[in-house]
Design a protein around this ligand. Structure first.
Ligand SMILES: NC(=O)C1=CN([C@@H]2O[C@H](COP(=O)(O)OP(=O)(O)OC[C@H]3O[C@@H](n4cnc5c(N)ncnc54)[C@H](O)[C@@H]3O)[C@@H](O)[C@H]2O)C=CC1
Ligand SMILES: O=C([O-])CC(=O)C(=O)O
Length: 325
């Protein structure tokens, strides 16, 4: 039997966590042989609702769950955490862009960055889901000077997975036939879903679909999928966001076997992107580490799209300069 790992989830009484916590508890993230201790954080007014979630987790009698901690104190929630999924933040409503949440949510991530710095395992892997996810991850990282910035990531895996399905459906193939999808940049309407390096059942994707569909349907549909879900459901994506968070953490921890996935990570200047901002790149993962895929050829269309989303991230960073520690 492996030693249990500690997994902190914030916003644990919210809608994403209502799927996320149960799937992690059942072994979907780290495997059916990995015991877990769940450390659940909520704000004080939501503690009663969180208690209900804990009751339900207990009622599932999950074999892998060794303990459940429910708290409104970030220092307790992050104590010795090996993984931290920062979900707790206000979601957007109809007509809002994710960066409209910057002011409402940014303060949460400076406090939680400090609490991670002071309490988490020195090897903690942090995934920020709460929007605007990239800049929130930057705020958390800047407030955690004793942790390596590379330990702070943000989620663009949902965009990546959305893009896989759109392309698979268009080409009449299955998602597992699609390789080397890339989401560049911000988890926002400026993100650049890039199929230039993508293959579908071994054939270059760009040769299988019309350029007009790619530029005028695929890209905007992936960029706007979150808004489409809000319009349809009256609430933002929850189960799909939880599923992608699990994909992100599982791949980071257990590896991708050479497959390319998209993760928003601190830029090291690769592809000319401003160092330090949390930018989504194509990566492969092995041995608990991710590495940016280097040497991809970029045409002018790609360069221009990558620059637009980088510019937005620089603007978001400037807007929260006072929270960057
Ligand atoms: N990166 C991505 O791909 C996606 C990100 N999101 C974002 O995830 C976030 C959460 O979404 P939902 O679960 O639908 O929202 P929700 O409103 O259902 O749940 C959020 C929970 O966070 C809690 N919370 C607020 N401040 C907190 C704090 N300081 N510490 C701990 N908990 C706190 C709230 O009490 C609430 O229970 C939103 O910002 C949403 O926009 C949603 C979908 C995809
Ligand atoms: O769109 C939103 O606000 C929620 C989200 O990030 C997504 O579904 O991609």
């Amino acid at each position: 039997m492996k030693d249990p790992v500690r997994i902190a989830i914030t916003g644990a009484a919210g809608q994403i966590s209502y799927s996320l916590a149960f799937r992690i508890a059942s072994g979907d993230m780290l495997g059916k042989d990995q015991p877990v201790i769940l450390q659940l954080l909520e704000i004080t007014p939501a503690m009663e609702a969180l208690n209900g979630v804990v009751m339900e987790l207990n009622d599932c009698a999950f074999p892998l769950v060794q303990d459940i901690v429910a708290t409104d104190d970030a220092n307790v929630a992050f104590k010795d955490a090996d993984f931290a999924l920062l979900v707790g933040a206000r979601p957007r409503g109809p007509g809002m862009e994710r960066k409209d949440l910057l002011e409402a949510n940014a303060a949460i991530f400076s406090v939680q960055g400090k609490a991670l710095n002071d309490n988490a395992s020195r090897d903690v892997k942090v995934l920020v889901v709460g929007n605007p996810a990239n800049t929130n991850a930057l705020i958390a990282s800047c407030n955690a000077p004793d942790l390596d910035p590379k330990q702070f990531t943000a989620m663009t895996r949902l965009d990546h997975n959305r893009a896989l399905t759109q392309l698979a459906q268009k080409t009449g193939k299955h998602v597992t036939d699609v390789e080397s999808m890339i989401i560049w940049g911000n988890h926002s309407a400026t993100q650049y879903p890039d199929i230039a390096h993508c293959k579908v059942a071994g054939k270059p994707a760009a040769e299988l679909v019309e350029r007009d569909w790619y530029e005028n349907t695929f890209i905007p549909d992936v960029q706007q999928r979150g808004a489409a879900i809000i319009k349809a459901r009256g609430a933002s994506s929850a189960a799909s966001a939880a599923s992608s968070a699990i994909d992100h953490m599982r791949d980071w921890a257990l590896g991708t076997n050479g497959q390319i996935v998209s993760m928003a990570i601190p830029s090291d200047g690769s592809y000319g992107v401003e160092p330090g901002i949390i930018y989504s790149y194509p990566v492969t993962c092995e041995g608990g580490k991710y590495e940016i895929v280097q040497g991809l050829a970029l045409d002018d269309f790609s360069k221009q799209k990558m620059k637009a989303t980088e510019d937005e991230l620089r603007e978001e960073r400037a807007a929260v300069e006072h929270l960057l520690g």
